[in-house]
Design a protein around this ligand. Structure first.
Ligand code: ZN
Length: 177
């Protein structure tokens, strides 16, 4: 994906700070259907040396997920933390499989003068997206699909004709609280 390049040939050795913005088109590009929308600022600290470059990525912002239970979208504040290590002047350009969810290691051949961070930025989001997405647990939203609310709406419907089974179930739940 364009727009996430570091043209490192133009950087002097030393520390450089950059920022990238990640919005919804980013997740559309990677065809991620979990993240409906995003507004995340990625701060990069690039440390360049003669033979290698380290990029520390720290993302801060909000992603919009879909609640597994009520199927409503809800915002989740996130912080990402990721590192990419580039080794210059390798025989060929390859990405090493580190087995670490928060580190990418890439070898760049001698002709390479810029890198694209999009894939590593995408990888940096994967550890922060929870397996179970519950709006009431991950944000301040109250889940619209909890049992008590279902019972309450049943009560309203059947005020003159209360099903005794609902009453018994409600008593059980009230006792628990
Ligand atoms: Zn919910």
């Amino acid at each position: 994906m364009e727009g996430f390049d570091i043209e490192f040939i133009k950087l002097k050795n030393g520390i450089h700070n950059l920022t990238f913005e990640v919005k919804q088109p980013f997740f559309d590009f990677f065809q991620n259907s979990d993240i409906l929308s995003a507004d995340v600022l990625i701060a990069l600290e690039v440390s360049k040396l003669d033979q290698m470059m380290t990029v520390d990525l720290k993302g801060t912002g909000t992603i919009i997920l879909t609640c597994d239970r009520c199927l409503e979208p809800f915002p989740m504040n996130i912080q990402t933390d990721f590192k990419v290590i580039y080794h210059f002047n390798a025989l060929e350009t390859v990405k090493e499989d580190t087995g670490d969810l928060k580190v990418d290691v890439c070898y760049l051949n001698a002709a390479t003068y810029k890198v694209n961070l999009a894939e590593s930025i995408y990888d940096s989001f994967l550890p922060v997206v929870p397996m179970v997405k519950r709006c009431d647990e991950l944000s301040n939203t109250s889940c619209q699909n909890n049992l008590l609310q279902l019972l309450d709406s049943e009560d309203e419907k059947d005020q003159n004709d209360v099903d005794p089974r609902w009453d018994a179930l409600k008593k059980l739940i009230d006792n628990k609280e």
